[in-house]
Write a protein that binds this ligand. Structure first.
Ligand SMILES: Nc1ncnc2c1ncn2[C@@H]1O[C@H](COP(=O)(O)OP(=O)(O)O)[C@@H](O)[C@H]1O
Ligand SMILES: O=c1ccn([C@@H]2O[C@H](COP(=O)(O)OP(=O)(O)O)[C@@H](O)[C@H]2O)c(=O)[nH]1
Length: 244
């Protein structure tokens, strides 16, 4: 697929699934996978696009899973948010090792570890050519990092939110469970919600819908996946206000 109508993007938010950082492992971060993703993001940033990131924490801890085993949900969600901070620090380190300027901005206050989130300051970082990594989700329990990604994308006035995930886009059913599922090239937010397509939670999709934020879903494990999607190439699904 090549879609020049998507271009050019000046400022984008990339949401990285925590689970996607595990590679073949069952927990944590695979440094090879992390390195490939960071190289890909660095290439896009070097082309002049302002890039900010939201990273998940599912490779380390999920509040809902812990609550299912008896843990208090709110405590579990705070632990999940801390997991995203670990991932954010690992990402920042990988960027800095490549001499790519990157900073971590946290929705939970931990000033010795990361800068607290201040909208205008984060925009300033982007304008100064830094990759901004948003950590700790929204800072609130009962939310997800997909919702944090949609929220920060609007706050940063991004052109698009790109969700880097484990599958090639949005399908008629979860393709990891249903081999007969078919992929959409383009969908409206309303269709995602009415068809119950669980690629993102409904809160994230509703927030994008109410604020007309285009979303692109693509597979983070394909080579140079982010660079290719930014060039309108490769396989992906766009979620938009109206399908043409
Ligand atoms: N209709 C669907 N289309 C695409 N993916 C779906 C769909 N329904 C469920 N999924 C699942 O949603 C996941 C995307 O969410 P993501 O945030 O990357 O993963 P997780 O939240 O599990 O870390 C995919 O890996 C896929 O298995
Ligand atoms: O605004 C937020 C974002 C995340 N979380 C917690 O952090 C965990 C990790 O985030 P998520 O599941 O979205 O990560 P991903 O699926 O992208 O790896 C979640 O399970 C929640 O427990 C939260 O409470 N509020």
């Amino acid at each position: 697929m090549s879609d020049p109508s998507m271009l050019p993007y000046n400022r984008v938010l990339l949401k990285l699934s925590g689970e996607g950082l595990m590679g073949e492992q069952s927990y944590g971060i695979d440094s090879h996978v992390l390195g490939n993703i960071v190289d890909d993001i660095a290439d896009v940033a070097a082309s002049g696009v302002q890039v900010c990131l939201v990273v998940g924490g599912g490779n380390i801890f999920r509040g809902l899973t812990a609550a299912g085993k008896g843990m208090d949900r709110v405590q579990g969600d705070y632990a999940g948010m801390l997991a995203t901070v670990i991932n954010a620090l690992m990402l920042q380190d990988a960027f800095l090792q490549r001499a790519v300027p990157a900073c971590v901005v946290s929705a939970l206050s931990m000033p010795t570890v990361a800068e607290p989130y201040v909208q205008k300051k984060a925009i300033e970082h982007l304008e100064n050519g830094r990759i901004v990594i948003f950590a700790a989700g929204t800072g609130n329990p009962f939310f997800t990092t997909d919702t944090a990604a949609t929220l920060r994308a609007k706050e940063m006035d991004c052109d698009v939110m790109l969700k880097a995930t484990q599958v090639d886009g949005v399908y008629s059913a979860d393709p990891r469970k249903d081999p007969a599922a078919t992929r959409y090239d383009e969908l409206t937010y309303g269709e995602v919600l009415s068809k119950g397509l669980n690629v993102m939670d409904a809160t994230a999709v509703s927030l994008a819908m109410e604020n007309s934020l285009p979303i692109i879903v693509f597979n983070m494990h394909k080579e140079q996946a982010f660079s290719r999607v930014m060039a309108g190439q490769g396989v992906f699904t766009r979620i938009v206000p109206n399908v043409q």
